[in-house]
Design a binder for this molecule. Structure first.
Ligand code: PLP
Length: 490
């Protein structure tokens, strides 16, 4: 027996297929099935309840023995594929998500085949990753000298932006001394419509929820600038340290866009960091008919955007852009600049992990890159305009329908409305509209969500979907009215 050899050479294993031709045939079938799945999406329900048998299937214990790949795939086709969340369907308008694209799905497959780790190094995927970040800068009008990185989504992108703002503005070396060394408590400002990820970011940053002052919004759900000025002055007088304004370029509730030009001026006057949560709206900058809505975006210190929303990249991919590249790197890098890499070879590229918190990073750039190359950025801009025109169309249908009422002004692609059967209590109205929403989901007709805007409960349709057509919206109105009348017996 050879020393140290507890596995004989002839017994060595690999995860590679035993029969590549068999794998080739199965892979072709998977691609064929996937194309049918996407092509026929409109014929399937948006969502459906899973039978008990599916729930129990996913409670099976850890498999210990092998199964043929074809059998594993069969289980996926039976137990997984028929029960999707539904966001690739033309009538999915819940929360706020993109609807994917087939080229992006192929890209995710190819990214996994090529297998690169985007922590850094000298290889083509790293160059592509940097190129996609550069394209994001170009889309929102940021200078080429700005910095940025791709992340899992908008929540992480906002976290990175708010972290750099903290480190840059805290007045102490937070990385070395920690938040306890900050003498005056830091203050961030955002409207009362701000996304919950900001609260969570400030909590993990050690600043706490109270460091985020929610400023009132007007009828238009945009931040009240006078109230914001007053809050900043109050805080300075009370020995807080105002550091950052978080502007909404598209709120998640109604799509309202804060006055970015005015906020940029105010941030400059008050020497504050301007971070724009552009998860919804930063990409309006590429939409010819609606770009004017985000004028001022280019003055921000940082912008969070979400290619898995209006660029429809399969999940997940978000992006943070930071004007001050040094401030960005200094918030996360632990290697001094001179130790960055070897002069040649695999480690001679940039260390991409120095711009965020992940070390190993997946190859997210490829799905964005391939779809942008395939369609060109102008097509994405037109699709954004299309969704906004569809939301205006839906708003018109609601206004014309006596049983429906608009609950918030439609500014971009989010429509807030409700069924109203005459004079009923707020609770009854909420129960009725919730029931309509659930039945629309259970019938598989449409997926909407609900929200509360300035105290009023409503149904919410967020059209971030390149498959939606106007007749889908007409169907939504017909079914909402039919269900509303049926449930309330009128
Ligand atoms: C979606 C969204 C987020 C969070 O982004 P994820 O990609 O879901 O992490 C943050 N802010 C706004 C305004 C959003 O719409």
């Amino acid at each position: 027996m050879r020393p140290f050899a507890d596995v004989a050479a002839e017994m060595e294993e690999t995860l590679d297929p035993g029969d590549w031709d068999e794998m080739r045939a199965l892979s072709h079938r998977i691609v064929d099935d996937s194309i049918d799945y996407m092509r026929d999406i409109r014929r399937r329900p948006v969502w459906r309840e899973m039978p008990e048998e599916v729930r129990t299937f996913f409670q099976a214990p850890l498999p210990r023995k092998p199964a043929p790949t074809a059998e594993v795939y069969r289980q996926v086709t039976e137990k997984l594929m028929p029960y999707p969340m539904g966001n690739v369907h033309p009538r999915f308008w819940s929360w706020y998500m993109g609807s994917g694209n087939f080229t992006g799905a192929l890209a995710d497959f190819l990214a996994a085949v090529q297998g690169s780790n985007l922590g850094g190094g000298s290889h083509a995927a790293a160059l592509m990753d940097e190129q996609v970040v550069n394209w994001c800068k170009e889309m929102v009008g940021f200078p080429a000298s700005a910095s940025g990185t791709l992340l899992s989504g908008g929540s992480m992108a906002n976290l990175i932006g708010l972290t750099v703002a903290r480190n840059f503005k805290a007045g102490v070396d937070v990385r070395e001394e920690g938040v306890a060394a900050i003498s005056k408590p830091l203050r961030y400002y955002g409207s009362d419509q701000i996304h919950s990820c900001h609260r969570r970011a400030l909590e993990v940053l050690g600043l706490g929820n109270r460091a985020l002052r929610r400023i009132a919004t007007g009828e238009d759900l945009r931040i009240d600038l006078t109230a914001l000025r007053r809050a900043i002055a109050e805080d300075r007088a009370e020995s807080f340290r105002p550091v950052c304004i978080i502007a909404n370029a598209g709120t998640v509730n109604t799509g309202a866009i804060d006055d970015l030009e005015a906020l940029a001026r105010l941030a400059a006057e008050e020497d504050l960091w301007l971070h724009v949560d552009g998860c919804i709206g930063a990409l309006l900058a590429i939409a010819p008919r609606n770009a004017y809505r985000v004028c001022g975006l280019e003055h921000a210190d940082s912008v969070a955007l979400d290619p898995h929303k209006w660029l429809h990249a399969p999940f997940d991919v978000g992006c943070i852009l930071i004007r001050n590249a040094t401030a960005h790197r200094e918030s996360f890098a632990v290697t001094p600049e001179y130790l960055e890499s070897t002069p040649r070879g695999l480690a001679s590229g940039r260390w991409l992990y120095e711009y965020g918190l992940q070390t190993t990073r997946s190859f997210r750039a490829l799905k964005v890159w391939m779809a942008l190359k395939e369609h060109g950025v102008e097509a994405f801009g037109r699709l954004i305009d299309q969704n906004i025109a569809q939301a205006a169309f839906l708003t018109q249908l609601i206004v014309e329908e006596p049983f429906l009422e608009l609950v918030a002004p439609t500014s971009i692609n989010i429509v807030c409305f409700r069924f109203r059967p005459g004079a009923v209590s707020a609770e009854a109205l909420k129960a009725l509209n919730t029931e309509i929403m659930l039945r629309l989901q259970e019938q598989g007709t449409a997926a909407l969500s609900d929200t509360t805007v300035h105290g009023e409960h409503c149904l919410r349709v967020a059209i971030n979907n390149h498959r939606t057509r106007r007749d889908d919206l007409e169907l939504l109105i017909r079914e909402t009215v039919r269900l509303g009348r049926q449930i309330s017996g009128i």
